[in-house]
Design a protein around this ligand. Structure first.
Ligand SMILES: [Zn+2]
Length: 255
């Protein structure tokens, strides 16, 4: 993977966003590989949308590249709120590559992969509607709250200008892939509970410790009044999918 992008491609464009897109899109076509299979390249989809889309020629997995100059923090600015929520509910989210690049040198600082099946609806935060005087008045965008995505589904491909070995990226992708098999209506719960398990930051924990997040989960899922049952059920789902081991009744360990 070459971490320098071809900045000359930007010369033909004036708008900052268009320049960045042309350069990063061409870079992706030459350098991105598929984390889901052994394909060493991804094919760019020329679908005339504003997004930079790619498809794996071997396994057909769909990827979207989103670049920004600023550091990848807890929130990433995304498109329309309704469209992203619908995509998650219909299992039609792409796998995302979030890229941070240096504009002066057109070099890549960080590249973060988040698999399509790792977005709970709780990670999509509504922004304020655009003001009545805006060109797209009333339009509602969203932010993606990365800290609501379980940490093992935030997979570094490039970290601080260093590329991670592709076999490591693929191994991490394989580790979280069982989440894809959980039905889309249930998966949001599984992801929310897994994110909290990681926030405990303990190799072993109890169901009772998880209950202390009942209030938080109630706020994320206001239509469910049996949150404790749901926590217990999701811990079992995580065990069955290979994320947790049940040490004894009520005690769990990270696998
Ligand atoms: Zn593939």
């Amino acid at each position: 993977m070459n971490l320098s992008m071809c900045g000359e491609l930007a010369d033909a464009y004036r708008s900052v966003s268009q320049r960045a897109r042309v350069v990063s899109e061409a870079w992706g076509e030459k350098n991105l590989y598929c984390p889901n299979c052994s394909s060493s390249s991804l094919a760019r989809l020329r679908n005339n949308t504003k997004a930079s889309d790619y498809r794996c020629p071997t396994c057909s997995f769909w990827y979207q590249l989103k670049g920004q100059q600023s550091r990848i923090g807890d929130y990433i600015n995304d498109g329309a709120y309704g469209a992203m929520m619908d995509a998650i509910r219909n299992d039609a989210t792409p796998n995302f590559f979030f890229m941070q690049y240096e504009l002066t040198s057109w070099s890549i600082r960080n590249l973060l992969l988040v698999p399509s099946f790792a977005f709970p609806t709780s990670a999509i935060v509504k922004r304020k509607p655009l003001s009545p005087t805006a060109r797209r008045a009333g339009w509602v965008g969203c932010n993606i709250a990365l800290n609501r995505i379980p940490v093992d589904a935030r997979i570094a491909v490039v970290r601080d200008s260093h590329e991670l070995p592709p076999q490591e990226v693929r191994a991490r992708f394989r580790h979280v892939k069982p989440l894809a098999e959980i039905g889309r209506n249930e998966r949001g719960w599984t992801l929310d509970v897994l994110a909290i398990v990681h926030r405990l930051n303990k190799s072993q924990f109890t169901t009772a410790e998880m209950y202390s997040f009942t209030r938080e989960l109630e706020e994320l899922h206001p239509d469910n009044r049996h949150v404790k049952d749901k926590i217990r059920q999701q811990l079992q789902v995580l065990r069955d999918r290979g994320f947790l081991v049940q040490v004894e009744r009520g005690t769990w360990a990270l696998k």
